[in-house]
Design a protein around this ligand. Structure first.
Ligand code: AMP
Length: 379
């Protein structure tokens, strides 16, 4: 799904949550020429839900599994891994409450990172539901008691708007107080406890290791039950590669049917920062076509086009350079094969293929050339 970069401001106030940092501090919101309050989207989930509801997609997709990819915008202090325009890969499932899908979504995130060669630690938690969370919030307030006044300004605000978010606090002076607070897992209702046990046992079945963290509440209002993050190594403070969770009331809250949801967003810039070194190196092309003499150029260009159409990355020179200079360039480009086309080759409908690594040369017919190069690639 591709949703617009601009949305109504109220979508995020209602979806992401009025009291969240994203809505309070980070949105690029403004009044447009028509006097409407609009914003550059700070995250994808509310937009995905809006589109799902607006186009009544639940009719065709009772169990919708969707993904999206695109730029997000947050007014934050830019630093390594934190930008004002960044890109997210967003995965959402609407319509499935079973914990098996939580584990499937997490497994997919793990598979993505492992395909990219990125090491990461999975952290999970359950933040409960509308039935049990109020009890937990009350317990937090009760445990804080008089000490609320000792916390930072943000936490004092959180204590009245959403006490769970106190666990997001990074202010060192607040930590001793936060360390003494009760844990969400001890306040889950039976249904949430069963759900969380289900998620953990499915993860165990996939042999996915995880760390439980009662502090993983994630900064958005809509989460219910499962929350998770994958943390990279060597990324400093901005080490969350992706984060997500379950949001069982968001579709309804944004005017849709009562459908549970779960999803995650991965930051593409952070994935790139976490890629192994070798992944940053550009891959060499498959072949470089060298035209010997004036008359060979048109055929050399057609050969290049045909090989590209056959899926082989093929280079050719421009500006009619000499054969010697073309060969030099072929050498420097790091290709596996140089394809030489002169009068003899044109007459016999052959191409001279030089394997750069060995210096070995052989004639291959034009028809067989693409297959020959592909076979050499898999050698
Ligand atoms: P969030 O929507 O805040 O849970 O973020 C999900 C993921 O998006 C994070 O784990 C990061 O990988 C990425 N992300 C969030 N904010 C930024 C930012 N300002 N710059 C770059 N990546 C970001």
């Amino acid at each position: 799904m591709r949703t617009p970069v601009i949305e109504r401001e109220e979508l995020f106030a209602k979806g992401t949550g009025e009291s969240t940092d994203i809505v309070q501090k980070e949105m690029y919101a403004f009044t447009d020429k028509g006097g409407e309050r609009i914003t550059l989207r700070p995250e994808a989930t509310p937009s995905m839900v809006r589109a799902f509801v607006e186009h009544a997609l639940e009719q065709d997709l009772p169990c919708a599994k969707l993904y999206s990819l695109g730029p997000m915008f947050r007014y934050e202090r830019p630093q390594k891994g934190r930008y004002r325009q960044f890109h997210q890969l967003d995965v959402e499932v609407f319509g499935i409450a079973d914990p098996a899908v939580d584990a499937e979504v997490i497994e997919m995130a793990c598979a993505l990172l492992s395909a990219l060669g990125i090491d990461a630690e999975l952290v999970i938690n359950s933040v409960g539901c509308e039935a049990c969370r109020p009890r937990f919030s009350e317990a937090l307030i009760a445990a804080l008691g008089e000490r609320v006044g000792e916390l930072c300004g943000d936490c004092q605000r959180r204590a009245t708007t959403n006490p769970l978010r106190i666990f997001d606090c990074k202010v060192p002076a607040d930590q001793p107080i936060i360390d003494g607070l009760p844990h969400s897992e001890d306040f889950l209702c039976d249904a949430c406890r069963d759900h969380f046990a289900g998620v953990k046992s499915h993860l165990d079945a996939y042999a996915i290791p995880y760390r439980l963290s009662h502090r993983l509440v994630r900064g958005l209002d809509y989460y219910t039950r499962t929350t998770f993050e994958m943390l990279g190594t060597g990324l400093g403070a901005q080490n969350a590669l992706l984060g997500g969770g379950r949001y069982d009331h968001l579709v309804k809250r944004l005017g849709g049917p009562d459908r549970p949801g779960i999803g995650f967003a991965a930051g593409l810039e952070r994935l790139v920062l976490a890629l192994p070194e070798a992944a940053g190196e550009a891959e060499a092309a498959d072949a470089f076509v060298v035209a010997l003499g004036e008359t060979a150029w048109p055929a050399a260009r057609l050969l290049t086009r045909d090989l590209r159409r056959a899926g082989l990355a093929t280079l050719i020179d421009y500006e009619g350079r000499s054969a010697k200079s073309q060969m030099k360039r072929a050498n420097r480009s790091g290709v596996r094969h140089m394809l030489i086309l002169g009068d003899d080759e044109l007459a016999s409908n052959q191409v001279t293929v030089k394997t750069m690594e060995t210096g070995h040369q052989q004639s291959v017919s034009r028809e067989a050339l693409a297959d020959h190069l592909r076979a050499a690639e898999t050698d």
